[in-house]
Design a protein around this ligand. Structure first.
Ligand SMILES: C[S@@+](CC[C@H](N)C(=O)[O-])C[C@H]1O[C@@H](n2cnc3c(N)ncnc32)[C@H](O)[C@@H]1O
Length: 297
């Protein structure tokens, strides 16, 4: 239900997400740098890679173009800020991964990712895959059965609820992969959880797939009795309950899970949470340091 922006523009809050990603990837590859004797490869998978470069949306002072006597026009144009997307962030860290897999289903973004492959290909091992992230992850996981000497970080950053629990569980089952997940509580989940609890069948299916269980209903709604019989209503802390439940399930599947870092829009409305999950306590130390800095729900 969440639509992607038509142009390659992002809200200013994307900066916070990308800074956290950069810090964690730096931490991860620096720690693994000293394990080269047994480690065969480190892989970064950006399953919802997006464009290589985005324009940050800022308020337009001159929506119809600057007037003749608008002295500040030039400096306003200069204020347009570009932001490196997650693929570039990952490509530019000082201790690079052995290989990079970038997935997107949008052909225009694939063309831009292929541009990155040309630009960075001399020093980075890059694979660009067009298609659905879940299908591509499944194919990638099936292509490798022995994970012992490989390590990977998978960034799952869609616009909405495009990552079903089955994908998360498949990644966890390798026992060596870490994930950084965008949990789209404000952007998608809460929009589907109507006040009355009457949820269109298509949305119910999306919620079931996303959570991998129908238990979200018991967490988000309560049944009380009044004179006319039972009434269903949404609980005030539905967001906090669902978030903690999801984090608990990540912990059960991966072994460790970080604090969820809240990302808000410029009006202060919650958009999504960034959550790290992985099999190693050292990874948790690094992720916790970075992701516990944000605001709580
Ligand atoms: C939020 S953007 C990614 C932003 C990027 N991770 C960054 O931080 O720079 C989400 C991207 O996912 C892509 N996308 C949406 N649904 C997808 C799917 N099912 N499989 C693969 N890509 C998808 C969109 O085309 C878009 O480029």
């Amino acid at each position: 239900m969440t639509k992607k922006p038509k142009d390659n523009s992002v809200g200013p809050w994307a900066k916070e997400k990308l800074e956290a990603l950069e810090q964690y990837l730096n931490f991860y590859t620096t720690v693994l740098k000293n394990q080269r004797h047994w480690l065969q490869s480190t892989i970064y998978v950006d399953a919802f890679a997006g464009p290589g470069l985005s324009r940050i949306r800022t308020k337009e002072l001159f929506p119809d173009g600057p007037g003749l006597f608008d002295q500040d026009a030039e400096s306003d144009i200069a204020e347009i800020e570009f932001l490196k997307g997650s693929p570039r962030i990952a490509l530019e860290i000082s201790n690079p991964f052995s290989s990079y897999i970038f997935v997107d289903r949008d052909p225009q973004r694939i063309a831009e990712l292929n541009g990155l492959k040309v630009a960075y290909g001399a020093t980075r091992n890059i694979f660009v895959r067009e298609g659905d992230a879940n299908a591509q992850i499944k194919e990638w996981l099936e292509s490798r059965t022995d994970w012992k000497r490989h390590r990977a970080v998978v960034f799952l950053d869609p616009f909405g609820m495009q990552v079903p629990w089955s994908t998360v569980a498949a990644l966890a089952s390798t026992g060596v992969i870490e994930v950084i997940i965008n949990f789209p509580l404000g952007m998608a989940i809460q929009r589907m959880l109507t006040k009355s609890g009457e949820i269109p069948p298509g949305w119910q299916i999306s919620l079931n797939n996303f959570f991998g269980s129908g238990e979200w209903r018991e967490l988000a709604y309560e049944k009380t009795d009044d004179l006319f019989g039972p009434i269903v209503s949404k609980v005030d802390d539905s967001g906090a309950r669902l978030l903690e439940w999801y984090r608990g399930r990540l912990r059960d599947s991966f072994g460790h899970v970080s604090t969820a870092r809240l990302i808000k829009n410029t009006r202060g409305n919650p958009l999504y949470y960034l959550i790290w999950a992985g099999p190693h306590p050292k990874g948790l130390d690094g992720a916790e340091h970075i992701l516990s800095k944000g605001e709580r729900i």
